[in-house]
Write a protein that binds this ligand. Sequence first.
Ligand SMILES: *[C@@H]1O[C@H](CO)[C@@H](O)[C@H](O)[C@H]1NC(C)=O
Ligand SMILES: *[C@@H]1O[C@H](CO)[C@@H](O)[C@H](O)[C@H]1NC(C)=O
Ligand SMILES: *[C@@H]1O[C@H](CO)[C@@H](O)[C@H](O)[C@H]1NC(C)=O
Ligand SMILES: *[C@@H]1O[C@H](CO)[C@@H](O)[C@H](O)[C@H]1NC(C)=O
Ligand SMILES: *[C@@H]1O[C@H](CO)[C@@H](O)[C@H](O)[C@H]1NC(C)=O
Ligand SMILES: *[C@@H]1O[C@H](CO)[C@@H](O)[C@H](O)[C@H]1NC(C)=O
Ligand SMILES: *[C@@H]1O[C@H](CO)[C@@H](O)[C@H](O)[C@H]1NC(C)=O
Ligand SMILES: *[C@@H]1O[C@H](CO)[C@@H](O)[C@H](O)[C@H]1NC(C)=O
Ligand SMILES: *[C@@H]1O[C@H](CO)[C@@H](O)[C@H](O)[C@H]1NC(C)=O
Ligand SMILES: [Zn+2]
Ligand SMILES: [Zn+2]
Length: 374
Amino acid sequence: MKLAFCTVAPVKLVLFLVISINFNNSPVSANFFPNITSIPHSLIPNTTIWESFHNLTGCHKGVKSQGLPKLKKYFQFFGYLNNSYTNFSDDFDEYLESAVKSYQLNFNLNVTGQLDAPTLNHIVLPRCGNADIVNGTSIMRSGKSPNTYSANSTIHTVAHYSFFPDRPRWPPGTTQLTYAFLPENQLSDAVKGVFSRAFERWSEVTAFTFVETASFYDADLKIAFFGGDHGDGEPFDGVMGTLAHAFAPPAGRFHLDGDENWVIDGNFLGAAASVAAVDLESVAVHEIGHLLGLGHSSVEEAIMYPTISSSTRKVELANDDIMGIQELYGSNQNYNGSGQTLTPIGERDTSGAPRLDNLWGSGIVLVLGLLFFG
Ligand SMILES: *[C@@H]1O[C@H](CO)[C@@H](O)[C@H](O)[C@H]1NC(C)=O
Ligand SMILES: *[C@@H]1O[C@H](CO)[C@@H](O)[C@H](O)[C@H]1NC(C)=O
Ligand SMILES: *[C@@H]1O[C@H](CO)[C@@H](O)[C@H](O)[C@H]1NC(C)=O
Ligand SMILES: *[C@@H]1O[C@H](CO)[C@@H](O)[C@H](O)[C@H]1NC(C)=O
Ligand SMILES: *[C@@H]1O[C@H](CO)[C@@H](O)[C@H](O)[C@H]1NC(C)=O
Ligand SMILES: *[C@@H]1O[C@H](CO)[C@@H](O)[C@H](O)[C@H]1NC(C)=O
Ligand SMILES: *[C@@H]1O[C@H](CO)[C@@H](O)[C@H](O)[C@H]1NC(C)=O
Ligand SMILES: *[C@@H]1O[C@H](CO)[C@@H](O)[C@H](O)[C@H]1NC(C)=O
Ligand SMILES: *[C@@H]1O[C@H](CO)[C@@H](O)[C@H](O)[C@H]1NC(C)=O
Ligand SMILES: [Zn+2]
Ligand SMILES: [Zn+2]
């Protein structure tokens, strides 16, 4: 990033090199493991870049800290600082304070505007790469209605599902969506089966059926594993950090970070706390919600909540998810709300949840934009 402030011509050269290297590396053959014990120790990072945010504990408006520029980029990536914000200095300014407050509101934290320990513990969690705030409007419900915030845990009974701006959705009457896997990823049947189960969670509560098709380019939903920068302005960041992202209807693009340690069997009972492992099905269920038009929710039990601790399984749609998707499309006539899909907490195992995270690498997008198009 420091390069960006040198003279322009050499920077262009350097960045071009970086880009072409990244493009040649994508798509990747992703890391899949049948279970958590089969992940080799060499793939478990000792420390990661978001983790360094912990050293900002206690920072508040008016102070300076060397770690703040990176935190500002994090907040801009997820929409808490808008794209006009360019002051990536060490200063904790009013805009950063405002960003911290919005974040705290969205994640049901005390709205202090300060980088207290509970806030930083949350900021470092692995999460979905989709922004929480789009075009300056919080798409997480608690951000829309500040008055609903309270320390009262009954807040979680309130619906907080959201949609993308302008509520894009698949055309009325659509009942079948096809999906395909990027051929270069050469996924095994076991991995494809995980996605099939994830789609099933949503077809239970909607009129959609999801059918695999061989033609990637004709499919409605295109599933691909990539490493690092893969050409859509939303680069992945290595182990932990952002895990995946998906685009609103009708784009249908669903990208997963090939550098994660993806676990297939979803059994994390007894998992070591330090294992940076991600449950593939949990992430797939979340991202399919985006493909169908849901945004993030501030209900922690909801599938559409943005963060998930590593070595955690969370695959059951919560009431909040079901209410959201049925508001967009209506319900599945065969779905009788029997409660089988309404048990969000039971399956979650947060016992061994570490606070790992990693490389954050999206600031370069802004710089590229300025250099090439500015
Ligand atoms: C985990 O997967 C490995 C490799 O397939 C296998 O040898 C081992 O038995 C599995 N362990 C468990 C607990 O399922
Ligand atoms: C983590 O640290 C240990 C001991 O310091 C080292 O052997 C190991 O290679 C490190 N792991 C990674 C992924 O760097
Ligand atoms: C926090 O960590 C970052 C990255 O390691 C470093 O640049 C920064 O100087 C640290 N800040 C403080 C206050 O120690
Ligand atoms: C973006 O943030 C800047 C402050 O950095 C503010 O002045 C401006 O009004 C914001 N623009 C929008 C569209 O929200
Ligand atoms: C960045 O913000 C700080 C604090 O508000 C201010 O002192 C500084 O001049 C700003 N820098 C730029 C380049 O706007
Ligand atoms: C919020 O503040 C209250 C009172 O200071 C405290 O008891 C509670 O633990 C805080 N909650 C969080 C999530 O930090
Ligand atoms: C954000 O706003 C701009 C200008 O109004 C618009 O062109 C763009 O499509 C919007 N982006 C999203 C994701 O809504
Ligand atoms: C929390 O919610 C309960 C049940 O609705 C209510 O009785 C209680 O007064 C609330 N407490 C606060 C602090 O709002
Ligand atoms: C809902 O559907 C399930 C599965 O088809 C069935 O077992 C259950 O009895 C139904 N419940 C009601 C209330 O109709
Ligand atoms: Zn998401
Ligand atoms: Zn992508």
